[in-house]
Each structure stands twice: as C-alpha cells, then as structure tokens.
Design a protein around this ligand. Structure first.
Ligand code: ADP
Ligand code: ZN
Ligand code: ZN
Length: 730
C-alpha cells in the first residue's frame, strides 16, 4: 500500500504531499507517522491510502513508524483542511497543526503514566505470616495498606511508607506493579455549582425554536437575558440524542463561573480548552475528546477544531467578538469553520450576542440565519440607564481631570451604599505615549515605528508590538528639554488616582499587564466576585460576559477611544463595547447606572446605545456600509508583504501590485485597489507593505487569483500573507 503524507516542517516552502510505502494494513488516513525526509526523520500525517503510485518504485521510501494508537485527525478534519487551504490561502501543514495540540507534535508531551501496585493473587488468600516475618514491621505495614486498598499508586505509598519495604515486596513478587495512565483534567477538584432554573417563557420559546429547527441561528438577546441557559439546553438536547457539542466563548469570558456551571450540568463529559492550561492538561483534554470519553468541548477560538465526532450542535457565544478572527498565521474566521463543521455534521450552529456583528445581523435579515430574539432580562430588570457626560464642558468648568463630577459623585454614592463599581478604559499601560513639550518629539520603537508606552510600575517604555523595552526619558534626546509629557492616561494611572480618592477602598486592576500569569484573570475576577474589592478598573477584558450581582455602577472613562480609529468597524466596535460594559450593571435585584464620558456627545453611536436601540444602530450602520462599499457588501482583501530586506519587499510589492492591477482591468469584482507601506512600517525588523483591495462580496474566483499572485510574489526572502476582512490594517 502507498500512504500520502503531509510532512510537518515549519518555515519551509514544502507544502506538498509525498508518497511513502506503507507496510501495515491497519493504518488509514489521519494517522500521525514518522517518515524519512532527506537525511532526517520527520513527523507527518497520512492524508490518504492508495494502491499505486506514479513515483518510481525503487526511490519510494517506507514509513518509519506510526506514532499513535488511533488516527489523530478525523476524516472530517481532513476535508476541513482542504477547505481551509483553498479558501484562506493556507498551507496544508499549517492547517493540520491547528487540529492537534502543539505540545503533542514532536512527542514533547507524553501521556502521564503512573505505577500502581496490588497484591499478587497468589498471595491474596494466604496468611501474611507465611511470607512476611513479623519483625519486618515496615513491610507488614505497607502490605496491609495495599491489601486493604486494592490498587494503590506507588508515589502515594512512597510518601507514607518505607520505599525499600515496598521494593522488597515487589522483588519477591508479593505485590505486582502495573502501569496505568492518569488523565490531567484541569480544575478536576473545582467545586461544581449551579442550580436548576425554570426557563422564562422567552427562554423556553427560543430553546424550542433552535432545538426543533435546522440551520444557523442568530440568538440576539439583551445582556442578562439568560443566553447561557439556552446554550446549555441545546447541548443537553444534543447529548440526549447521543451526539457531541462544541461551545466557544471569548478566551476572557471563560471564567470559573462558566466552568463551574458546565461541570455541574455535564460533569466529566466536559473538556476545557483554553490558553491557561498546562501542556499536559491540554494534551489529556484533547485525548479525552478524540477517544469519546468527553463529548462537550468548551473553549476559546481554537476549540472549534475539537476532535469530536458526530456533532449535535456548535455554539459561538459573544459571536461579535473580534477574538474569533485569528490574527496570527494561520489566519482563519471561526464562524466559517463552524459553518463547515455544522454542515458536515448536519447540525445546528447557534451564534449568540447582545450586540451581533453587523455582518451576522445582515445575514439574518437576508434569511441566511434564523433570528431568535430575547428582549428582556431574566429578572425583568430594566437595562441600566446611561448618562452621557460632555467632557468638553467639564474642562471649561475647570475640571481637567479624567473623572467628571457626575462620575465621582455616582462612585461615592455606590461605595457608600456598599455596592461595587466597574470603571472601563480602553487602554493599557500608564500613558499611551511620551512626548517632548518643547519640540514635539515622540518616543518610538527602533524596530516597529510605533509610539512607546510608559509603564510606571517598572519605569520603562515598552513597545506593544515587539515587547522591546527602553529606559524612561529624563530629557528629550532631540532638544535636551526636561519637559517630558505623558500623553493619555491608562488603567494604571486611574487605579492610582482612585486609591487617592478612596483610601479605604480596595481597587482591582485588570488589563494585559495584570493578567500575564496562568489563571491571573481568574484570580482577579474571583476576588471581585468575593467582594474583596469595591472597584474594578480595566480594559476590554472586563466588558465581556461577567455576571456580578452587586455591580450597580459602570463608568466609561473615555468612550471615544475606539471611535476614532481609522477602521470601518469603529462605530460598531464602540456600540458593542458600550452595550457590553453597560450590561455589567444592575444584573441582579439592584438597578444599575452607567456614566459615559465623551468629547463627542452627539455621535449617533451614543444616541442608539443610550436608547438600547440595536436595530436603529444597525439600520444606520448598514446603510453607511452600503454607500461606502464596506463589508458585508464587499470583502477587504489585504496581501501583506514582509521582509527584513527592504528592497526585496519593495520589488515583491511592485510585482504583486502590477499583477493585481492587471487582474482588476475589466473585472468588475474590484471596488478599490491600493498599494502602500503598512501603517506600521516595520515590526520586529520586518518591513511591511501591502496591497489592499475591496472585492464585491462572494467574488471567490477573483480571491483565488489573488492568492496565486501572492504565491508567485513570495520568495525565500519575502512572505506574502493574504487576509480577508482583518480586524485592523496596521
Ligand atoms: P446573558 O449571557 O444573556 O447576558 P446570562 O446567561 O449570564 O445572561 O444570565 C444572567 C443571569 O441570569 C445568570 O446569573 C443566570 O444564572 C441567571 N438565569 C438565567 N436564566 C434564568 C432563569 N430562567 N431563572 C433565573 N435565573 C436565570
Ligand atoms: Zn524635545
Ligand atoms: Zn517594537
């Protein structure tokens, strides 16, 4: 037999399928193998098994080894691999890597095997005095313990008893040793909690429509409308039908609360996949899924690749979240992968959000998705009232600080009454840039051409693209002036000021800096939930999905931050952020209030957000998109050209630009075409340039022609990545 194998070689141009001789009949497509490649031995994946090959028989090499006792890649995933390579301009080998935990490849992580001992049956019924002298106290002790407990792990015994006594018993064959595999299940001992709830009429109707229906559902439910409960009912229905389920959430909303809920409802059949797991845990959770031991995968974006057979439902919670579009190569849109898998398995896909993406809502409007709406919060509480504060007026009336009079008094009131507050700021670090007031010099990263950010706790300047660190400036390197100004303030500065304002109040800060360690965000959210702090200050990560009953005040310090990005989605993002972060207030019995500070109080986003009028916002936004020809009416295709050699990049850009220009003449799929340096001109010493086009939506043939052009322009020195509707174009 002949096996077609994709070899796993990173950073190489090799993305071909090679034929190998296969001596075994039990190996099918999907097995991970080791094969000779050049002078080396490398890992690969069998993608097909066939009878014959066109390759000369005498040159054909044989597979070295089969690496797992089961196929690591399901047939469905092999089909998905081809779909992704075709549609997103990806290498087959790179796609396969998404399907398998990184730690498993190259055999870096192994199954955890522990030794267990039990009494040899020959000795079980005999009187112990026949084979252990009564003076051998230590041996008697350990023997009795094993006899009483059946199978006991060696490491446990060695902790409590004499190791040499045990060794002696083993040597004499009185007890026998057996190797048993132990699963490293994350949060195994986490206490499960959650109560059975009676569905509200709205929830009941929504659940029924989804479980009785077929296809893709957009579940548009206001914050606090109990969407999670509906997801869990849909998953239960799948499990009752003997099927499996995937539930995706943004990484950050994978809180202990959510995990507890799922463990409570689905017990051991839940596998958890997120970036905070140890290598061993991830490896074992993945194997529990592929062996069918676990049938529900809960996780962040990459869990869409969970190796589950026979899917009964796929759920994407907070479907509008930008983390569902992967930013790193290989780039893929999670929704489209989920659609592929749902179609393959003939199961439903549920997209849930309080603020659906404009693209998804448009598809629901067009009938591609079925819209299911939840208009009320579970507790029938009204949504929190949003008060808009004009910060220009604050400045004019003599308050140059970042906190308006309205917000400080609301905060005082909230604290006095023993409640909790969340302050939201869309920015991390202490100041977003450092500038000389005398000459206007702005400190920039030498490798990335972006402003450096001052981090006060370490007193350094950091580049947020490459993480390079620079010492803080005392004087301006250009003109020598000592008047160095910090630009905008960040979460750290806010937390500091709050401590001055309220010396007796505990303040927690949650942003990229305070959540670096494993489980750090779990800890911060846990402390806030336990009311060990009254104020939580943070960035986007506090906006999502959290459910704190005592939060009655939300302050949005600078709502405009996300509004003035040069990005067609900035109004949409701002609307989503305001609604999501506001939704943290007043979720339980106490009513909530939101104070929103802005320098552009008349912007339409604020009008619709304060009125909680998603449809109104959508209508305005979709009209704008149609007029300006942005998604969903077009697809933005960017080919990013990168090289450490600037002239090589320029040359490739020219070739690529010319090819795409030629392609665009008398092709009415093209709406826009531009060739330029990227806004971030250099990143980690790589020069960055781009060709951006806007194509009519659905122009897939033209897209593939652009992929081919990118392949031709790429070389050993120059990379050409294609992105479709990227999150930003920096
Ligand atoms: P959403 O995701 O729609 O914002 P959640 O799913 O977080 O809302 O639900 C909000 C809160 O309401 C949670 O604390 C949840 O446990 C609770 N809840 C959900 N459904 C019910 C119900 N039918 N009865 C009582 N409480 C419910
Ligand atoms: Zn200067
Ligand atoms: Zn840098």
């Amino acid at each position: 037999m002949i096996a077609e194998v994709i070899v796993d070689i990173s950073n190489s141009e090799v993305d071909r399928i090679f034929d190998y001789k296969l001596g075994r009949s039990d190996v099918t497509a999907g097995y991970r193998v080791s094969v000779p490649f050049g002078k080396r031995s490398v890992e690969g994946y069998v993608v097909n098994v066939k009878e014959t090959t066109d390759y000369p028989e005498d040159k054909l090499k044989e597979i070295n080894d089969v690496l797992d006792p089961f196929p690591a890649i399901l047939p469905e995933m092999l089909a998905l691999m081809r779909f992704m390579a075709d549609n997103y301009h990806l290498r087959l080998a790179d796609v396969l890597k998404l399907f398998i935990p990184a730690q498993m490849r190259g055999g870096r992580v192994k199954a955890l095997v522990k030794e267990f001992v039990s009494v040899n049956p020959e000795f079980a019924d005999r009187d112990e005095s026949q084979f252990i002298r009564s003076s051998a106290k230590a041996q008697l002790e350990v023997f009795r313990y094993i006899a009483d407990n059946g199978s006991v792990s060696v490491s446990e015994l060695n902790r409590d008893f004499s190791a040499s006594a045990l060794k002696n018993l083993i040597m004499r064959g009185i007890v026998s040793v057996e190797e048993v595999e132990v699963m490293r299940t994350p949060y195994k001992y986490m206490e499960c909690s959650g109560s059975e709830v009676q569905l509200t009429d709205e929830q009941e109707a929504a659940t029924k429509r989804i479980t009785d229906g077929k296809g893709i559902f957009l579940l548009h439910g206001v914050t606090g409308s109990g969407k999670t409960e509906i997801y869990m009912r849909c998953i239960s229905a799948a499990i009752s039908a003997g099927k499996s389920a995937i539930m995706l959430v943004p990484e950050i909303s994978l809180t202990p609360q959510v995990l507890k809920n799922f463990r409570h409802r689905f017990g051991e059949s839940v596998a958890i996949l997120h970036s905070g797991l140890s290598d061993g845990e991830r490896f074992d959770e993945w194997r529990r899924l592929i062996t069918g031991e676990a049938s529900v995968a809960v996780g962040a974006r990459s869990a869409v690749f969970a190796p589950l057979k026979n899917l009964g439902v796929i759920i994407i919670d907070e479907e509008h979240d930008s983390s569902y579009l992967s930013e790193r190569n290989p780039r893929y849109p999670t929704h489209e992968i989920a659609k592929f898998r749902a179609a393959y398995n003939k199961c439903n896909l549920v997209l849930g959000s309080a603020t659906p993406s404009v693209e998804s809502y448009y598809k629901a409007e067009k009938g591609e998705y079925t819209l299911v709406t939840l208009k009320n919060r579970v507790n029938k509480r009204p949504l929190p009232e949003i008060e808009i504060v004009d910060m220009r007026k604050e400045l004019r009336s003599g308050n140059p600080g970042f906190m308006s009079g309205a917000l400080s008094s609301a905060l005082e009131e909230c604290i006095r009454s023993g409640n909790q507050a969340i302050l939201f700021l869309n920015r991390r670090g202490y100041a977003s840039y450092v500038m000389c007031r005398s000459c206007g010099y702005v400190a920039k990263c030498e490798q990335c051409d972006v402003s450096l950010v001052y981090h006060k706790d370490e007193n350094v300047l950091k580049c947020h693209y490459c993480n390079n660190r620079y010492s803080m400036l005392d004087v301006c390197p250009e003109c020598g002036s000592p008047h160095i100004k910090h630009g905008f303030m960040g979460t750290q500065k806010v937390a500091e000021t709050l401590k001055e304002m309220f010396p007796d109040v505990n303040v927690l800060r949650m942003d990229n800096d305070t959540t670096q360690g494993k489980d750090a965000h779990f800890r911060i959210l846990g402390e806030f939930a336990a009311k060990r702090a009254q104020i939580l200050v943070g960035t986007q990560m506090i906006a999502k999905g959290h459910d704190f009953p005592d939060v009655t005040l939300v302050g949005i310090l600078d709502a405009d931050m996300s509004l003035h990005f040069a990005d067609y989605r900035s109004a949409e993002r701002t609307y989503q952020l305001i609604t999501q972060v506001s939704g943290r207030a007043g979720r339980d019995v106490k009513p909530g209030k939101v104070v929103l500070q802005t320098y552009t109080p008349n912007h339409y986003v604020y009008k619709f957000a304060t009125a909680n009028d998603y449809e109104g916002f959508y209508r305005k936004e979709i009209n704008l998109r149609e007029i300006t020809k942005y998604p969903p009416f077009t697809d933005i295709v960017r080919v990013l050209v990168g090289s450490e050699d600037e002239s090589a990049a320029l040359k490739a850009l020219k070739i690529l630009g010319d090819e795409i220009k030629a392609l665009s003449s008398d092709n009415d799929d093209f709406i826009y075409l531009g060739v330029m340096r990227s806004p971030v001109k250099k990143k980690q010493n790589v020069y960055r340039m781009q060709v951006i086009t806007r194509l009519k939506a659905g122009a897939d043939d033209t897209k593939r022609k652009i992929f081919d052009a990118a392949d031709r322009a790429a070389s050993a020195k120059v990379t050409c990545f294609v992105e479709i509707n990227p999150n930003d174009l920096r």
